[in-house]
Design a protein around this ligand. Sequence first.
Ligand SMILES: Cc1cc2nc3c(=O)[nH]c(=O)nc-3n(C[C@H](O)[C@H](O)[C@H](O)COP(=O)(O)OP(=O)(O)OC[C@H]3O[C@@H](n4cnc5c(N)ncnc54)[C@H](O)[C@@H]3O)c2cc1C
Length: 381
Amino acid sequence: MRAVIIGAGIAGLSTALRLHQAGWETLLVERAPARRDGGYAVTFGGIGYDAAERIGILSDLQARSFETTELSYHRSDGSRLFSLDRATIAATTGARSLTILRGDLESVLYERVRDHTTIRFGTTLTSFEQDDREVRVGLTDGTVETADLLIGADGLHSATRALLFGPEEDFLVDLQHKIAVSMLERRPASIAPGTTGTHSSRGRTAAVISAGDGRNVAFFGYRADHARPGADVHAELRRIYGDLGWIIPEVLTGLQEADSIYFDTVSQVVVPSWSKGRVALVGDSAWCVTLFAGYGSSLAVGGADRLVTELTARPDHIPAALQAWETAIRPEAERKQRLGRRVKGIYAPAHPLTLWLSMLPLRLASFPLVRSYMTRRYIKG
Ligand SMILES: Cc1cc2nc3c(=O)[nH]c(=O)nc-3n(C[C@H](O)[C@H](O)[C@H](O)COP(=O)(O)OP(=O)(O)OC[C@H]3O[C@@H](n4cnc5c(N)ncnc54)[C@H](O)[C@@H]3O)c2cc1C
């Protein structure tokens, strides 16, 4: 059995690894010219964590994960509002979860697939056609690949989804925020190693995450009605965050040196079906839940794992296997999308009272009595 997978991100690499373990041959097609690392920090748990354990990559992920020892919240002048310590953070994230840079999660998967999977970088698909025996995929390098299955794991702005179901405007649900995230060459002096420092004010959040091994991530998330991608990220961040103090001016200057900045709208993907015939969408291309749900990479790995379980159960009936897979995974994806839409309202509240209320649970968790209850209840208990 052979599969062509478009996109060598978390979903594409996980699918390639699981298909290989099930005896399939795979070809990965990646638009980027080469592997990238870094990115942003993701919390990885739930069905992704369970799948990683089954697939045999959990110990590699744990080795590359990092621990946040303090979450500190600041006013615009830098003074501290409150902070959460290591035990409280661990209590809120749960035991079967880890924090890792997105690029490190990808690297763990990449190292496990590169010896048995061809990855064609700098390439994408141009067309495909299918019948009840095979799918033929046209690529930008001029080749046509024949396979039993085509997987579109090419993320939020999936070209596979556009060819399969139509333009993305029909499936993207705008959550009215934009984000800019980048690795930061120098950690601001007031962010101690292991700390994530955050400031939130009138529809804008900015944070610096110390991500272990001297690496740091700068994060900006802000409300943007009718958000559109594009625009000059530096000019836009200066316009939106220019009046704020603390470390924000230093971080904006540091971003000028960044190799690459992830800059996009926050949008969910809602598609009535994730497959047609022998073509399926996996990961953000199918169900993007957004960072507000904090679960997209977990769903990508868990979804890929379950997909191959269903294909293995019905190797001669690929469309039926894809339907069974969707029935199994869709409720979890939709639950996380609902969570994402709820979090949208409190992520970067425009009104100071809403901001104060949204931070109340965290503030309470910073009190010693609540902290010791949470630690007893969730960690030791
Ligand atoms: C700031 C931020 C924070 C997040 N935090 C969390 C978190 O805490 N926990 C969590 O679980 N998730 C989190 N997520 C979500 C998570 O990162 C995504 O859900 C996950 O990366 C989805 O993986 P994917 O492989 O489906 O898509 P992607 O990671 O987008 O990968 C798609 C791949 O396809 C390639 N590609 C794109 N178009 C084409 C094309 N036309 N042809 C070929 N290749 C193509 C891309 O270059 C890329 O390699 C966060 C996301 C963001 C942006």
